[in-house]
Ligand binder design. Structure first.
Ligand SMILES: Nc1ncnc2c1ncn2[C@@H]1O[C@H](COP(=O)(O)OP(=O)(O)OP(=O)(O)O)[C@@H](O)[C@H]1O
Ligand SMILES: [Mg+2]
Length: 309
């Protein structure tokens, strides 16, 4: 079931800026990653989902409701963490949390307390004296205190240290397990890689690629690194690999008897059968990297342009 839907959405700010004919669907219970460099159009798309901005063309719906027409319902029910958060600096964190609980009419503070503990938020002091990271945590707690079913997060980990970034990734994974639907924008590959089921890449306002991560993993060749016990066996193995089409050699060293090979998942049983005839000292999989995949993708399509990050 589709929860968030953008169909042919255009917002043209002039001079090639904005978003153009953007379409994607976020299905219930999935994490959708919106990946792109600075100025690509991530925040613009998210602002349309939240009903802050009216599309010039196309339609945005959340649970079947037009985001622009039903903006107040959507803004009340969704959990939204903006990229830049403006907090009332004169209040203490606790006062702000209470204010947001009253505004959101949250009766039960159990989920809010859980979030405070999870993110180790110290909300006692004045907001103006809080560090950037602490302010960010406060924004997270107030954005999700009402335990929304849909979470929209615009670059959620910016301003957080590596430990808190990991905590955030754990939070997103936990929320997904609880059946939540999540859309997150980012320009950090690792964060998207660790959390998202579906991913779209946006550049200069256009979606240049969309894919399902599991499908991509199944379609992508796996890479293995192995060392053969002696050079006679090493030469024999190389000969056998070259004589059939089970896998390809990416790298070989006759000095160290090392090989790096790539193989499609469907050919794995044949590869294992072949390798079982050889004495190996080591065998390991080189982990798939979404970042590497997209650097290649990006390089191929945008000649002469520097990939981001
Ligand atoms: N209200 C506006 N008026 C005019 N131009 C705008 C407006 N909002 C955004 N833009 C432009 O539209 C483009 C997309 O901006 P957007 O904020 O959506 O990018 P982004 O992908 O979120 O970038 P970042 O990673 O830096 O947050 C940029 O060129 C930006 O300058
Ligand atoms: Mg942005």
């Amino acid at each position: 079931m589709t929860v968030i839907s953008l169909q042919h959405v255009t917002k043209d700010y002039g001079h090639g800026r904005g978003i153009f004919d953007v379409s994607f669907n976020v299905k219930k219970g999935t994490v959708y990653g919106f990946l792109g460099p600075n100025g690509a159009g991530k925040t613009t798309a998210i602002r349309h989902i939240m009903g802050f901005s009216k599309p010039q063309q196309g339609i945005v719906t959340v649970n079947g409701l037009d985001s622009w027409i039903h903006a107040s319902t959507i803004q009340e029910t969704l959990g939204y963490l903006p990229g830049e958060v403006a907090l009332p600096e004169h209040l203490t964190g606790e006062q702000f949390i209470q204010m947001m609980m009253d505004l959101r009419k949250v009766k039960d503070d159990a989920h809010c307390k859980k979030l405070i503990d999870f993110f180790e938020l110290d909300a006692k002091g004045k907001i103006k004296r809080m560090s950037l990271g602490m302010k960010r945590k406060l924004a997270v707690v107030t954005a999700f205190m009402h335990d929304p079913d849909i979470l929209v997060l615009d670059e959620p980990t910016s301003g957080l240290d590596p430990i808190m970034q990991q905590r955030f990734i754990d939070f997103i994974k936990d929320e997904k397990k609880r059946g939540k639907t999540i859309l997150l924008s980012s320009h950090i590959f690792t964060e998207v890689d660790a959390t998202c089921d579906e991913i779209s890449i946006i550049k200069e306002g256009h979606i240049i690629s969309s894919f399902n991560k599991q499908e991509l993993l199944n379609m992508t060749e796996k890479v293995f690194h192995l060392t053969v016990e002696n050079s006679a066996n090493f030469m024999q193995l190389v000969q056998q690999i070259e004589a059939n089409s089970i896998c390809h050699i990416l790298f070989k060293s006759e000095q160290t008897n090392e090989l790096q090979i790539s193989c499609y998942p469907s050919d794995l049983p044949k590869l294992i059968k072949l390798l079982a005839n050889f004495p190996l000292c080591s065998f390991s999989e080189v982990p798939f990297s979404l970042e590497k995949h997209f650097m290649e993708f990006y390089d191929r399509r945008v000649e002469g342009d520097l990939p981001w990050q």
